[in-house]
Design a protein around this ligand. Structure first.
Ligand SMILES: CC(C)(COP(=O)(O)OP(=O)(O)OC[C@H]1O[C@@H](n2cnc3c(N)ncnc32)[C@H](O)[C@@H]1OP(=O)(O)O)[C@@H](O)C(=O)NCCC(=O)NCCS
Length: 195
């Protein structure tokens, strides 16, 4: 059977500033060397949870990732953002269409030095507000393995509800294969985050 056509979104903001000054923007070719270094420096922390971080990344593998993510930006089908503190990459996040029409999923990772300051919670809040600015988006979703307690704390902190647990094929070293699905209706966001 053919894969369903992913929904497309236009006018997705290309730069978003967090209250503490860090900037979300698409990774570009000029970020390649730094991205390779940051991912490899953080590999042991990322490997349990990120399928793309199971082995050291290379300029070639990350170059393909960057080219693909820029194509997706141009097509309006997927939106990866780097998290930048000045010129320094401190993490990655994104709005993903893979759960089909009406839903945008948020993913994230941070470099060790940027953890524990609320950066990803703030970025998720900003991206959820972007998602809610599209009339056709009814729900924002965050998925994480049930063993990834630190990841689950992000949607919990923002008032997402644990809607269910899905069995998936584990793709990263620490995954149990039970993925929590956290959801927040965009109506809640449009009403000022009051459930
Ligand atoms: C998941 C991950 C991004 C969470 O990082 P994090 O630093 O815990 O998340 P935040 O940036 O939102 O910071 C929250 C922490 O900052 C603290 N904090 C400080 N100021 C804060 C603020 N203004 N707002 C919210 N939290 C704040 C919180 O108390 C919390 O710390 P605690 O866990 O010690 O209580 C990170 O652990 C990571 O990169 N893990 C590896 C990759 C991964 O698992 N990705 C997700 C796959 S599903």
């Amino acid at each position: 059977m053919d894969e369903p056509t992913p929904p497309t979104y236009h006018r997705m903001p290309r730069e978003l500033t967090l209250p503490t000054g860090e900037v979300l923007r698409p990774f570009g070719p000029a970020d390649l060397d730094q991205l390779v270094a940051v991912v490899n420096d953080n590999l042991e922390r990322l490997r349990p949870w990120m399928p793309w971080a199971q082995q050291p990344v290379t300029a070639e593998s990350q170059g393909e990732f960057l080219a693909g993510s820029l194509r997706n930006w141009a097509d309006g089908t997927d939106f990866v953002y780097g998290v930048f503190a000045g010129d320094a990459i401190v993490g990655g996040t994104g709005l993903h269409t893979r759960r089909g029409p009406g839903v945008l999923e948020i993913g994230y990772w941070l470099a060790a030095a940027a953890e524990g300051r609320g950066l990803v919670t703030a970025a998720t809040r900003v991206l959820a507000e972007v998602a809610a600015s599209y009339d056709e988006v009814a729900e924002v979703v965050i998925c994480c393995d049930e063993a990834n307690v630190r990841s689950a704390a992000v949607p919990r902190r923002l008032g997402f509800r644990l809607a269910g647990v899905e069995a998936v094929e584990p793709k990263a070293a620490g995954e149990t294969g039970w993925h929590q699905v956290w959801t927040l209706p965009t109506a809640v966001i449009r009403a000022g985050w009051t459930a």
